[in-house]
Design a protein around this ligand. Structure first.
Ligand SMILES: *[C@@H]1O[C@H](CO)[C@@H](O)[C@H](O)[C@H]1NC(C)=O
Length: 493
């Protein structure tokens, strides 16, 4: 897993990024965005838990964790391992499903032949989320004891660690994870609305119920579950944002008045304006403002105008040299935030830039930033610049996506990828027997194609070493927004 901390680096703004934005990039090799898109989606198959289907393309993976939920008397098989370990963390899994869905809602028409695979990637998550929310007033939010799991370097197929199932309920609430789960189910219901109407309404009905539970029984899951979820996916910034986020997706999915009124009524109480240049599994504020702004820009929601003002302010804070305080950039031009797994910030912030740019274009609008203004085209260039950095236009001239280009990370912090596959080595490899593979300087035997790792540090350096998990670990929520970005740029290179 990829946790985060709160120390802030002091980077000086480099002016090369400004010129990169104003002119076309000097690297400009031209990327195969469709190939990268295909790989970014394929990655999710490598993260699958449970019984694998006959059309599984990542063949070095096998069935795993087939008894998940048994200790609690329920079926919780399926879903995704979050990163390089074998835990199913519900909070980031739900966020991943929300962002994969948003990628398809906004950019599915650009996916061409990959649309089917993208839909399957969403469904693998939502099938699991439906199991996790099958009982009213209960959400199973995690399977796997993180201490037991992190103590071992084991293939998912071999796991003999504790598969404890953790839940929230009315007595031990978790509005954060329940709110995000409701958002994921609602967003996916839009994805499947015309493609599988029965599945779509199942998702939407469940989203409504889970949101009700999240709102009526308020609390942070970190306070209910303590060390089972912290310091792993601890909700640092509170559950208020997930309530607004859940309501925003339910509003988009149902068009019911009650959600619109909920948003207007709770905007201040739930601190919609708290945008701190961040968008990820913990902090949804920027996403809420961008999502709701679409309707304002379409002229359908003057009562929600303040969300657009927040969204504008957030966007300005991403533009180098335009406003203060602003997000920081590495000397090579990559968005950089401290705390590890930086690429999660790069892909999610770039996704918001691109999504907002499209909403602005349709409304023939630009973002006012102090004395100047930012055009939709400028936002797109910045997002594209970040994507191109990931694919190889960077000081090390390497791609941070496994299997894309000639040079890419070979020693990713990922148990299944770094241990020999079940095909190559059918015998069980025990908890500590895996350590020698973890410590080996050799490249991983199994290519987790499409995995995007945490990425370089603040000076664009990358160790390509398993123990450096902040740089070398892939996660599902790094890839989810990247799927949308790559779809768009594959159609508009
Ligand atoms: C970045 O990584 C390089 C190489 O591993 C190292 O020399 C440098 O000190 C690191 N920089 C920071 C700011 O951590």
């Amino acid at each position: 897993m990829a946790r985060k901390s709160c120390n802030v680096p002091s980077l000086s703004l480099t002016f090369s990024i400004i010129s990169l934005l104003l002119h076309s990039t000097p690297f400009a090799v031209g990327h195969d965005y469709h190939d990268a898109l295909r790989k970014s989606i394929l990655f999710f198959e490598g993260q699958r838990s449970g019984k694998l289907p006959p059309d599984q393309r990542v063949r070095w993976r096998r069935d795993s964790a087939l008894h998940d939920g048994a200790t609690a008397g329920v079926d919780l098989t399926g879903g995704y391992y979050d990163a390089g370990d074998n835990i199913k963390f519900g909070f980031p899994m739900a966020f991943t499903a929300t962002l994969l869905s948003w990628s398809i809602i906004d950019f599915g028409r650009n996916m061409g032949s990959e649309l089917g695979n993208a839909l399957r990637a969403v469904k693998w998550a939502t099938d699991y989320l439906l199991k996790a929310t099958a009982v009213d007033g209960v959400v199973f939010v995690q399977v796997g004891d993180p201490y037991s799991d992190h103590n071992c370097w084991e293939r998912p197929e071999d796991m003999d660690t504790l598969r404890t199932a953790y839940k929230i309920d009315r007595d031990r609430p978790g509005s954060d994870v329940a709110g995000e789960t409701a958002a994921a189910l609602a967003a996916a219901s839009i994805v499947f609305r015309s493609r599988d109407p029965a599945y779509s309404s199942l998702l939407l009905d469940r989203a409504v119920k889970v949101f009700e539970f999240a709102d009526n029984h308020r609390g942070a899951y970190s306070s209910s579950l303590h060390s089972a979820v912290c310091p792993f996916y601890c909700d640092v910034n509170g559950y208020q944002d997930e309530l607004l986020w859940g309501a925003a997706w339910l509003h988009k999915a149902t068009r019911r008045r009650e959600y619109r009124e909920y948003i207007v009524r709770n905007e201040v109480v739930l601190r919609a304006g708290d945008t701190i240049n961040e968008f990820g599994w913990d902090n949804k504020h920027a996403g809420i403002n961008i999502l709701i702004s679409k309707e304002v820009l379409m002229g359908k929601a003057d009562d929600l105008k303040s969300f657009q003002i927040n969204a504008d302010g957030f966007i300005c804070s991403l533009l180098p040299g335009i406003s203060h305080p602003q997000v920081q950039y590495s000397p090579g031009g990559l968005i950089f935030k401290a705390g590890g797994s930086n690429m999660q910030h790069v892909t999610s912030l770039s996704f918001l830039l691109l999504a907002y740019s499209n909403y602005l274009s349709h409304a023939n609008h630009a973002v006012p930033c102090g004395e100047t203004s930012a055009s939709p085209a400028l936002l797109k260039r910045l997002a594209k610049h970040q994507v191109d950095y990931i694919l190889g236009d960077n000081p090390l001239k390497m791609s941070y996506m496994v299997g894309y280009g000639d040079r890419y990370p070979r020693r990713i912090h990922h148990r299944a990828s770094s241990l020999p596959s079940v095909v190559a080595h059918p015998a069980h490899i025990g908890c500590k027997a895996g350590s020698r593979y973890y410590l080996s300087p050799n490249p991983n035997p199994n290519l987790l194609v499409g995995a995007v790792v945490g990425g370089p540090n603040s000076t664009d350096a990358f160790p390509d070493s398993r123990p450096f998990f902040q740089e070398s670990e892939p996660t599902t929520y790094i890839n989810a927004p990247l799927v949308g970005l790559l779809a768009y740029f594959s159609a508009h290179p």
